[in-house]
Design a protein around this ligand. Structure first.
Ligand code: SF4
Ligand code: SF4
Length: 246
């Protein structure tokens, strides 16, 4: 039976260069405890990386490991990694030895206990802020290692994840969303396809079912690496959703 007693969580703001004490490794008594009973939201870049470690296509990942949910009041759906029914609601990728997709684990798994938020400034730039989230069961705070958010971000190889999250902020923080824009059902379908099912998006561009503006762009997508493709798909979704608002 799952113990669903809420765990105590505290949060505090932290400056980018302010040190905090934390270390997570196989020797901690709580090892992999945080890989259970969690809502693990996935970004498009998380899916791109999971394709590498699992060897599955984006379509297979979506079908087998991802749950899509949309609250009635929210403009966009959210995508969560499936937990398995083992009595502990464990992540599909956890094993006794740790994470089986460690080198491509999602941003949320890398970031903890650090939270990063971006705020859009009046000049359109993004300002980042950090918080420390401390959960009662986490023993990592009783280790000796000290680092700042900037150092931790580098150590966890979060730069690519943050770069793509910032590109996605161009959609989520777009002015028209603030003005109450709600995408149509068709736009949500295409949003999901282009951002979370990159293999199908590539096929549809190459087949001509999705139009990019030039033959050079189509050829670039055909030949591109996944990161370039995701940059193109984010730009395409922005155009799809917001071009009438420019
Ligand atoms: S992806 Fe890996 S690190 Fe993240 S919750 Fe699952 S097992 Fe844990
Ligand atoms: S609970 Fe904390 S220390 Fe334990 S495995 Fe998870 S992140 Fe690491």
């Amino acid at each position: 039976m799952i113990d669903d007693t809420p765990l105590a969580v505290s949060t505090r703001n932290i400056q980018a260069e302010e040190p905090f004490v934390f270390s997570c490794h196989k020797g901690v008594s709580c090892f992999t405890e945080c890989c259970r009973m969690l809502e693990l939201a996935l970004s498009p870049y998380d899916l791109l990386r999971l394709r590498k470690s699992t060897g599955k296509s984006s379509t297979e990942l979506l079908d087998q490991f991802v749950i899509m949910e949309q609250e009635p009041a929210e403009p966009f759906p959210r995508f969560y990694l499936t937990m398995i029914d083992d009595g502990r609601a464990s992540c599909v990728f956890v094993s006794a030895d740790g994470c089986t997709v460690y080198k491509d684990r999602p941003a949320a798994c890398r970031t903890y206990p650090l939270g990063r938020a971006v705020q859009k400034q009046s000049d359109g730039s993004l300002k980042e802020q950090f918080v420390i989230v401390q959960e009662e069961h986490c023993r990592g705070f009783f280790e000796k290692t000290q680092q700042s958010p900037i150092e931790y971000t580098a150590d966890q190889e979060l730069h690519s994840y943050n770069r793509f999250n910032d590109l996605m902020a161009g959609i989520f923080l777009h002015d028209s969303i603030g003005k109450g824009f709600i995408p149509s059902k068709k736009q949500i379908e295409l949003f999901t396809l282009a951002l979370y099912d990159l293999d199908r998006f590539r096929e549809m561009v190459v087949d001509g079912a999705i139009n990019l503006s030039s033959a050079e762009e189509i050829m670039a997508v055909k030949l591109s690496d996944d990161e370039y493709l995701l940059e193109q798909s984010i730009a395409w979704v922005k155009q799809l959703l917001f071009s009438p608002f420019k």
